[in-house]
Design a protein around this ligand. Structure first.
Ligand SMILES: NC(=O)c1ccc[n+]([C@@H]2O[C@H](COP(=O)([O-])OP(=O)(O)OC[C@H]3O[C@@H](n4cnc5c(N)ncnc54)[C@H](OP(=O)(O)O)[C@@H]3O)[C@@H](O)[C@H]2O)c1
Length: 252
């Protein structure tokens, strides 16, 4: 019997696979039979992901997956990545940043930085892949948005704005690609336990704000595998009747 949840025979690009959700999505996709192309900036952590992918596919040659260290905000690096890609059956755009900033402190440089990786990169990368005809008919494209586009948090204006723009883009992409059976969807996850939210007081979120935020999760905060399960579904033929949607995860 054909397993519509299988990713066997599919080649999938996962950006941001050196960490967090992207790493788990790549590992789980490999477990479900996919061949992966993964990108990240940190070569050591990206290699760790690649090692885990190879382990998941121990019956296949070591060369089954590809990894590329790429700073995606540099256009020439993105072009090199696109040139090196095989024809894909799926794209999972996980590369992204967070960074709370109260509205009165937002500068043009902050807008450029946040929108650069969270919006411009997935939009440009998708366009380049389409123009180079590196996406098969019937492929699936997935973007990582956030529940914060619906439920604001203090300091989240730029982050939420960049992801809301991505949701709107994804819907238009879904419309324009429908004739080729190419689907485009978003995942709007609540708080997921990844390096993005680790050491909150030093890095991204004040400890006190984080505590307040955690109370908003009746099912607790997520782990990357929770999101990766949904990624596998969206990459598989089991979701072939779903496009232009955004899936809320986390119950906030
Ligand atoms: N964690 C959450 O609570 C949560 C909730 C909702 C949505 N999301 C979204 O889910 C996605 C993954 O988040 P995560 O929590 O897994 O984050 P993470 O652990 O910090 O991983 C982010 C990934 O993006 C890559 N990246 C960042 N800037 C890049 C750039 N300029 N060029 C290339 N790669 C870049 C990082 O590469 P290096 O590490 O190699 O530099 C890393 O692989 C993000 O888009 C995020 O907005 C996260």
């Amino acid at each position: 019997m054909m397993d519509e949840f299988s990713l066997s025979g599919k080649t999938i690009l996962v950006t941001g696979a050196s960490s967090g959700i992207g790493r788990q999505a790549a590992i789980l996709a490999a477990k479900h039979g996919a061949t992966l192309v993964i990108t990240g900036r940190d070569s050591k952590r990206l290699q760790e992901t690649l090692d885990q992918l190879v382990e998941e596919r121990d019956a296949s040659p070591v060369t089954c997956h590809l990894s590329r260290v790429t700073e995606l905000t540099i256009e020439s690096e993105m072009d090199d990545l696109v040139s090196s890609l095989p024809v894909l059956d799926g794209i999972v755009h996980c590369a992204g940043i967070v960074g709370p900033l109260p509205v009165k402190f937002i500068t043009q440089a902050d807008i450029d930085r946040m929108f650069g990786i969270n919006y411009h990169v997935p939009v440009n990368l998708t366009g380049k892949i389409l123009r180079k005809k590196k996406l098969s008919d019937g492929a699936s494209i997935l973007f990582m948005s956030t529940i914060a586009t619906r439920n604001p948090y203090f300091g989240g204006a730029l982050y939420s704005g960049s992801k809301a723009a991505l949701e709107a883009y994804s819907k238009t992409l879904a419309l324009e690609m429908v004739a080729k059976g190419i689907r485009s969807n978003c995942i709007m996850a609540g708080l997921v336990d990844t390096p993005m939210i680790e050491n909150p007081s030093e890095k991204n979120m004040q400890e006190e704000a984080l505590e307040r935020y955690l109370k908003r999760y009746p099912l607790g905060i997520g782990n990357p595998k929770d999101v990766a399960n949904a990624v596998v579904f969206f990459m598989s033929d089991a979701s072939k009747w779903i496009t232009g949607t955004s899936l809320i995860m986390g119950g906030e």
